[in-house]
Design a protein around this ligand. Structure first.
Ligand code: SF4
Ligand code: SF4
Length: 333
C-alpha cells in the first residue's frame, strides 16, 4: 500500500545534533561547522534541551544525530533520559562505526531504532562517497545491532552518483533484514553546496523513472520504504512543514531550525538561551514559510533551483514539494 504521509500535527519531532564531530568525511555531508558549531554538548545541556519539547498533549520523538552521535560518550545517558521524561520514540542515526560500545550500553527497550547510512549497493560506490572501509563497517554494524535485538533502518541518500545502484541493493537487504528503508534526496547544502561542480542533484526525469519503482521492489521484501515526493504535479496541494508541522532541528551551538533547507544560513527561527527557546529577530526562516509561489517550496527556489523547470511562457512545469513530504510503501507479506 502506497501512502503520502501527511505532516503530523499531533507529534513533535526533535532532530538533535548533539555534536558535529565525525570520523568520516562524506562527500555530501550537510554539516557546516561555521553554521552549526564545533562543540560537543554536555549531558546536562542535552537533558535540559530535551525537556523543552516534551508536553502532555503531544507525542514527542527524538532522533539523535551528529556528526556521528555515537562518538559522544554520554549518548546512553541522553537516550535513557529521553525515554524517562516521556519521549515516545528514540532513534540513533549512525554511520555504523558504533563507537563507545553503544550496542551494549543501551537496550532495545529504550532505543526504538538504529538508523544506518549507506550510500551505495556496492563497496566501490559507497566508499567513494562515504570513505574507505565505511561499507563493510556499516554492514557489520547493522548485523551486530540486529543480533542484539534492535530494530534497524537503512538510509540511502540518492544523488547522481548512486541513483543507478538503488535497486541493486535488494540482495543485500534480503540478507540484512532491516525493518525500514529510507530513501533521501540529496540537499545542496554543506559539502554538496561547496562542491557544486559535482552536480549531485537528480533530474525529475531520472527521479520519477527510478525511485518509485525501486521503492516498490524493495517494499516487496516486507520492508517499510519511504521516499520524498520531491516533484508535485501543479494540481496537487502544497504545504510547508515549517507552517503546519512541529519539527525542530537542533545544533550544538544552540541554533534551532524549523526547515532543514535553511541550515546553511543564519536563518534559524529559534535559539537556545539559558536552556530555554527564544525567537530570533527578523529576517529568519519563518518569514519565508508563508510565501506562496508557483514553484512550491520557497527555500528550494532560493538555494537549489536547478531542479525547477519552466514552460516557454514562464509558467512552472511542476512544483517542488516540501523536502519532508514522503511517500510510504508497506506491503504485508
Ligand atoms: S557520517 Fe554523517 S556527519 Fe559524518 S561525514 Fe558522513 S554525512 Fe557527515
Ligand atoms: S523545505 Fe520548503 S516547504 Fe519544507 S519547511 Fe522548508 S521552506 Fe517549508
Amino acid at each position: 500500500m502506497k501512502n503520502t504521509v501527511a505532516f503530523s500535527k499531533n507529534a513533535t519531532n526533535v532532530f538533535f545534533h548533539i555534536l558535529t564531530q565525525c570520523n568520516l568525511r562524506c562527500r555530501h555531508c550537510y554539516i557546516n561547522k561555521k553554521q552549526h558549531g564545533k562543540n560537543t554538548l554536555p549531558l546536562e545541556t542535552i537533558n535540559a534541551w530535551l525537556k523543552v519539547f516534551v508536553s502532555k498533549n503531544k507525542e514527542a520523538n527524538v532522533i539523535f544525530l551528529g556528526g556521528e552521535p555515537t562518538l559522544h560518550s554520554d549518548l546512553p545517558g541522553a537516550v535513557n533520559k529521553a525515554k524517562s521524561i516521556g519521549y515516545s520514540s528514540v532513534t540513533i542515526d549512525t554511520n555504523g562505526y558504533l563507537f563507545h560500545n553503544i550496542l551494549s550500553e543501551v537496550s532495545p527497550d529504550v532505543v526504538d531504532f538504529f538508523s544506518f547510512s549507506l550510500d551505495g549497493a556496492t563497496r566501490k560506490t559507497n566508499d567513494m562517497i562515504r570513505g574507505k572501509g565505511s561499507f563493510d563497517t556499516c554492514i557489520q554494524g547493522i548485523k551486530d545491532a540486529i543480533l542484539k535485538g534492535f530494530s534497524t533502518s537503512l538510509i540511502y541518500t540518492v544523488s547522481t552518483i548512486n541513483l543507478h545502484e538503488l535497486d541493486k541493493i535488494i540482495p543485500l537487504l534480503k540478507d540484512l533484514k532491516v525493518d525500514r528503508f529510507f530513501i533521501q534526496v540529496i540537499g545542496i547544502r554543506g559539502k554538496a553546496a561547496e562542491n557544486k561542480q559535482d552536480k549531485l542533484q537528480v533530474s525529475r526525469k531520472d527521479w520519477l523513472k527510478i525511485i518509485p519503482q525501486a521503492a516498490q521492489k524493495i517494499a516487496r521484501l516486507g520492508i517499510v520504504v519511504s521516499y520524498p515526493k520531491v516533484f508535485l504535479p501543479l494540481e496537487e496541494p502544497f504545504e510547508c512543514a515549517g507552517l503546519v508541522a512541529d519539527n525542530y532541528f537542533i545544533f550544538p551551538n544552540g541554533r534551532v531550525y524549523r526547515c532543514p533547507l535553511c541550515e546553511d544560513y543564519p536563518l534559524h527561527g529559534l535559539v537556545f538561551k539559558d536552556n530555554a527557546l527564544a525567537k530570533t529577530p527578523k529576517i529568519n526562516e519563518t518569514d519565508f514559510f508563508a510565501l506562496n509561489i508557483p514553484e512550491g517550496c520557497v527555500m528550494n527556489k532560493l538555494i537549489q533551483p536547478d531542479n525547477l523547470s519552466y514552460n516557454p511562457d514562464g509558467t512552472c512545469r511542476y512544483k517542488i514539494a516540501c523536502c519532508m513530504l514522503k511517500e510510504e510503501i508497506r506491503i504485508n507479506l
